[in-house]
Design a protein around this ligand. Structure first.
Ligand code: ZN
Length: 388
């Protein structure tokens, strides 16, 4: 096991009716920025529930709606300006990963008085020494952003999607009310499950670091997601299934799995390119790319792939057979949830995708991907070419 720090201060407030508890988590003198997405919370009643708590407890608040999926820099900067004009001192995100990531961006950018926030999140400028505190009311849990210190932001005008993390960006609390996810469509639900599943795999399928507990924790989350994935699509208002997915998604990316281990975010990095260039939903890109990365890096990942195959998919045979079939089983699982694993299923030609991606990467400062940093531009193109 490698050396590590582990720090996660986010308080989880889990369960039915627990939204009322946010009253105890925010300073009553605070002026709250209520941040949300494109308005689904107004249709499913969650907006009113949050407002009731704020009004019953005489909190001062202002609201900013309209955060889009894959939040854009331009929209988020409007939120920052709005926050500054209104002199807020707390950000309450009500939504899924996009809204939470926008809240994190606003929280740190609020104090970027002498520096450009884009320079900060692209790590070309020093972050400010403080950020606004953040709270989350989670309506779609797949990204795991509710329990970590990372954000992902798109800047469509320059075709970039970047990840940034900072110790100041852990939410102070996150409310996980499973019934707040009942109104997600089967497609949205399946995307969330695939996202969480791939988060676990990317911290697990690398090379052995003798992190025995972390391996078993990863396998537990993967097995649990397999257990509940199909059933929740058939019974979307089954509380315990929704509870399980919410907690799996949060555990999948709260930092515990990757402590002391090697990680490989290549599937996410390549996936971000597909979202940027083709506007494909985040988790859909992961399902398209993952099997290509694993077949491309098969020899490097053989030990962990075969372990995954045996322990999670109960496969037998040689190591090579178990490893190969583990990739097939993963793709079949994604397909069983309705998430496609081939470009042709989405009406795209792999050759067109490769041409666009290559052109984009040749103009960017691409850094090699994978736990061994051996996935270069040519390998990315070969992976995508194999996904036709
Ligand atoms: Zn993700």
């Amino acid at each position: 096991m490698n050396n590590f720090y582990f720090y996660n201060p986010t308080k989880i407030i889990f369960g039915k009716g627990m939204i009322s508890r946010i009253n105890r988590e925010m300073n009553h003198d605070s002026k709250i920025l209520l941040l949300y997405g494109l308005g689904s919370i107004k249709k499913n009643g969650i907006y009113q529930k949050v407002l009731n708590v704020l009004m019953d407890n005489h909190f001062k608040y202002v609201e900013f709606g309209g955060i889009e999926p894959n939040p854009d820099y331009v929209t988020c900067m409007k939120a920052v300006e709005f926050a500054r004009q209104n002199d807020v001192d707390f950000v309450l995100a009500v939504g899924g990963g996009s809204v939470i990531d926008a809240a994190k961006f606003a929280a740190i950018s609020y104090f970027c008085e002498d520096s450009d926030p884009w320079q900060v999140i692209t790590q070309k400028a020093v972050p400010p020494p403080k950020a606004l505190p953040i709270g989350c009311v989670v309506t779609a849990p797949g990204t795991g952003s509710q329990m970590n210190n990372a954000l992902i932001l798109s800047r469509r005008e320059v075709k970039q999607k970047v990840a940034f993390s900072h110790i100041l960006l852990y939410p102070k609390f996150s409310v996980l009310e499973p019934d707040f996810t009942f109104s997600l469509t089967p497609y949205q639900t399946a995307l969330g499950i695939v996202d969480a599943y791939v988060h676990v795999l990317e911290q697990y399928i690398t090379y052995p670091t003798y992190s025995l507990l972390q391996d078993r924790q990863a396998e537990a989350i993967l097995s649990t997601l397999i257990d509940v994935g199909r059933p929740v699509l058939e019974r979307p208002d089954q509380y315990d299934l929704r509870s399980t997915i919410m907690w799996c998604s949060s555990q999948a990316l709260n930092g515990a799995l990757s402590r002391g281990t090697a990680v490989d975010w290549a599937t996410h990095e390549i996936g971000h390119l597909l979202t940027t260039l083709f506007d494909i939903p985040h988790a859909q890109t992961l399902a398209l790319v993952l099997g290509g990365v694993y077949r491309s890096q098969f020899a490097n990942k053989l030990e962990k792939l075969s372990q995954y195959g045996r322990r999670v998919w109960h496969l037998d045979g040689s190591d090579v057979e178990a490893a190969q079939r583990s990739i097939d089983s993963t793709e079949a699982y994604f397909e069983s949830l309705g998430i496609k694993t081939r470009f042709s299923s989405l009406g795209l030609h792999a050759a067109d995708v490769v041409r666009e991606v290559r052109g984009h990467l040749e103009k960017s400062d691409f850094k090699n991907l994978g736990e061994r940093k051996n996935i270069d531009v040519e390998t990315v193109c070969a992976i995508l070419a194999s996904r036709g």
